[in-house]
Write a protein that binds this ligand. Structure first.
Ligand code: TYD
Ligand code: MG
Length: 449
């Protein structure tokens, strides 16, 4: 006898008699799966069976468990990167290094390999480059050690098997998008390949306490399915961001099971690979000429205070629709700030193209950048520059009010260190260094008009 079936949406659980393309309950596409209908009688017996088949868990006292980060950590040559990782790469942990193609993932990992291979066994597996190419890079980076091995492979099965031998302390898998598992027919880079290869590798790593770093490419929008799925599986997710062509690049942990996610490492690419930037503020301000449209922002990258220059340019718009462009700053936020400027300060911007640039390839995610962006735009439009002695920080509300910024003391300390005399900032900050401002209109009249 044929059992009765229904189609159940895997997103929301709604049940249908027939298959349909889109769930009418939650609008999810292609989420219906055929399932056998259980009668009330069946349900009862299933539950009863489940109840009887369960066994009592073997629990232990929390105090008797060894914390998982008590294991050894592999220290890289990069001090800040070690901090980002929570003190180095933990043995038995699986990390994902995600970033755009060409940003320097392979370079960074080869440098890490070089350092770790001084006293540990390391394997670099590449599915993208030939042995010759990798050797070329290794030579260039001065990575030559008998402890460092190389394999070219795109087989998830073979890689997991190799990790499972436990021969290596650190294994690099470059990149997850090239891997495939024999048992799955879909192409490399698809969600099922990425998830399953990832799982296979993670299991092998945990079994043998091998530290594994997996490379994941993301597109400019960060949308590629692969790494997003992987993020849930791995212990640590490192984001490698910045400009591909020169400028600073940052590595930060957006997930870390063994450390904080507040640290950041800042790199620049030189002939001999990546180098940590020790004093980013000084480097960022070195080439500055104080013109109109240029404002120094005291911002935070993770826990680190940094001074960056915000530049704005305003030109007459040639089309009916004014153009707004932002580099290193969120475009939606820029549009919002322009609207606030127009409405609250009577500055006329609807006939101007506006370009905003964060110098040095930094990507700002700090809400206290608002005031500096607004002042840069106003300064560009008015053709008036702000005095050399000021740095700026503060969030701008929709009413044009200046709102407080967190960790003001760190921002102030950094500004003092680099020789600035004053900060223009929110009134909530009680510090002699800060000239307090309450709203945007008043600020612009006082400082750029
Ligand atoms: P790469 O690490 O291959 O990027 P990814 O693995 O993220 O795709 O390298 C990125 C760029 O860095 C590459 O275009 C060349 C440049 N580069 C240097 O400038 N100096 C160096 O020493 C190395 C190894 C690379
Ligand atoms: Mg690469």
């Amino acid at each position: 006898m044929k059992r009765k079936t229904t189609f159940v949406c895997q997103q929301c659980g709604a049940a249908y008699a027939k298959w349909i393309g889109q769930c009418t309950n939650c609008q999810a596409w292609n989420a219906l799966v055929e399932q056998e209908v259980e009668s009330e009688m069946d349900k009862k017996t299933t539950l009863e069976k489940g109840r009887l088949s369960g066994k009592k868990l073997d629990y232990v006292k929390l105090s008797s468990i060894m914390p998982s980060d008590a294991k050894a950590r592999l220290i890289t040559e990069f001090v800040d990167l070690n901090n980002v990782l929570g003190g180095g790469i933990l043995l038995g942990s699986v990390s994902l290094l995600a970033g755009q193609p060409g940003i320097g993932k392979s370079t960074l990992l080869m440098q890490i390999c070089a350092e770790v291979a001084k006293n540990r066994k390391v394997l670099y597996i590449s599915g993208e480059e030939s042995a010759g190419q990798v050797k070329l890079r290794a030579v260039r980076l001065g990575a030559a050690s008998d402890n460092l091995s190389f394999a070219a492979s795109t087989s998830g099965n073979n890689i997991a098997k190799t990790i499972e031998t436990g021969e290596f302390d650190l294994v690099i898998v470059d990149s997850i998008q090239t891997l495939a598992m024999d048992e799955i027919s879909s192409a490399p880079g698809t969600v099922s390949q990425v998830t399953n290869c990832g799982n296979l590798i993670i299991r092998a790593a945990k079994k043998t306490d091998t530290a594994v770093v997996i490379v994941g490419h993301v597109t400019k929008e960060g949308t590629l399915a692969g790494p997003k799925v992987l993020e849930h599986l791995v212990d640590v997710v490192l984001n490698f961001e910045g400009d591909r062509y020169g400028g600073f690049k940052t590595v930060r942990a957006i997930k870390n099971r063994f450390g904080s996610t507040n640290e950041v490492a800042i790199f620049e690419m030189v002939e001999k690979g990546l180098r940590e930037v020790k004093n980013p503020s000084a480097a960022l301000l070195a080439e500055r000429t104080n013109t109109d449209g240029s404002i120094i922002l005291a911002t935070l990258e993770g826990n680190r205070p940094i001074l960056v220059e915000i530049q704005a340019l305003a030109t007459a718009s040639n089309y009916g629709y004014p153009k707004r462009t932002a580099s290193g700053f969120d475009l939606n936020r820029l549009n919002l700030l322009i609207a606030v400027l127009e409405r609250r300060t009577k500055l006329k911007l609807s006939d101007k193209d506006i370009f905003v640039n964060v110098v040095g390839g930094m990507k700002l995610s700090d809400s206290a950048a608002d005031l500096a962006v607004c002042m840069a735009i106003a300064s560009a439009v008015a053709g008036r520059k702000l005095g050399e002695e000021y740095v700026v920080f503060g969030e701008v509300g929709l009413g044009g009010e200046i709102r407080s910024a967190f960790r003001a003391d760190q921002r102030i300390a950094e500004a003092k260190k680099l020789g600035f005399k004053h900060a223009i900032g929110p009134v909530t900050i009680k510090d002699k260094f800060v000239v307090p401002v309450k709203d945007l209109r008043e600020t612009l009249i006082r400082y750029v008009k």
